[in-house]
Design a protein around this ligand. Structure first.
Ligand SMILES: N[C@@H](CCC[C@H](N)C(=O)O)C(=O)O
Length: 276
């Protein structure tokens, strides 16, 4: 199968974007791993496949796959790249898009300054819906890892996130603790692990060990989940600049049942073809 693709990134979280409308694409976990392989394929954290919508209300549908080949529910940086991709490939002329994803319909807006703003929907906090094993819903939960107890926030932005507060993200044990949290038995579908340093009520720093990938330069849903975990504990205001290793996202959330809005850039790197 010969595939045309576009390589993109959102703050260094990189994607192989596939137009599944003008080409017939049959993906398997093995093919996704090959596309994502930085030595044997194109190389990316996630593969995003654009398709036609199933309902007349939406403009498009897309599917997201992690580098390990698994399909996931949501991806914030991918959503912004998607908006730029469909405009640049002339699949649409619209600035406001409705797109179906595995976790529901998202609204995206291409701003005049080139950034993309995404209504990521309301966060899910009920443990069984995250899913996370806990008897009752709480703002934070003790999580035992190798005999040590860490305090985490548990949030779903369509996909599951654990958020830990740390004093300094630079020295946080992202590489060692991240995989243990990702595979923790209390998260039956595994989890993305965010390490959050609050700098002020409007500024924070974040590193994310992503499920199915490892640490990435940025995670959009991770930034939204971090905002929610911090806001629930009244540590930040309604709008926060979250600085990730790859750059900064603006996240807005005014409280439970309200949608989270994420605004940031999306960048095209190159176009290519691959035989897989
Ligand atoms: N990079 C993403 C999240 C991608 C999915 C995640 N690894 C998961 O398994 O849920 C983002 O920008 O949100």
């Amino acid at each position: 199968m010969r595939l045309r693709f576009t390589k993109m990134h959102g703050l260094g979280n990189d994607f192989v974007m596939l137009d599944g409308i003008s080409q017939r694409i049959k993906l398997s976990p093995q093919k996704i791993r090959r596309l994502a392989d930085r030595h044997l394929g194109v190389g990316c954290d996630q593969v995003l496949l654009v398709e036609s919508p199933r309902t007349p209300d939406a403009d498009f549908r897309y599917r997201i796959f992690n580098a390990d080949g698994g399909e996931v529910e949501n991806c914030g940086n991918g959503a912004r790249c998607f908006a730029r991709f469909v405009r640049e490939r002339r699949l649409t002329g619209k600035h406001r898009l409705l797109v179906e994803t595995a976790s529901g319909t998202l609204e995206l807006n291409l701003l005049d300054d080139g950034r993309v703003s995404v209504d990521m929907g309301a966060p899910v906090l009920e443990p069984e819906q995250i899913p996370f094993a806990a008897d009752v819903r709480a703002e934070s939960y003790p999580l035992e890892v190798d005999g040590e107890t860490w305090l985490i926030g548990a949030v779903s932005m369509g996909n599951p996130h654990a958020v830990l507060l740390v004093d300094d993200v630079d020295s946080a044990p992202v590489e060692t603790l991240g995989p243990k949290i990702e595979h923790h038995e209390r998260f039956p579908q595994r989890v993305n692990a965010g390490f959050l340093q609050i700098q002020s009520r409007t500024q924070a720093r974040l590193r994310v060990f992503e499920r199915g990938v490892g640490e990435t330069r940025a995670c959009g849903t991770g930034a939204c989940a971090a905002m929610v975990a911090a806001r629930l504990r009244d540590l930040v205001d309604d709008e926060v600049q979250i600085q990730l290793p790859g750059g900064t996202l603006t996240i807005h959330w005014s409280g439970p049942d309200r949608p989270v809005t994420m605004t940031g850039p999306a960048t095209t790197v190159f176009h290519g073809q691959i035989v897989i």
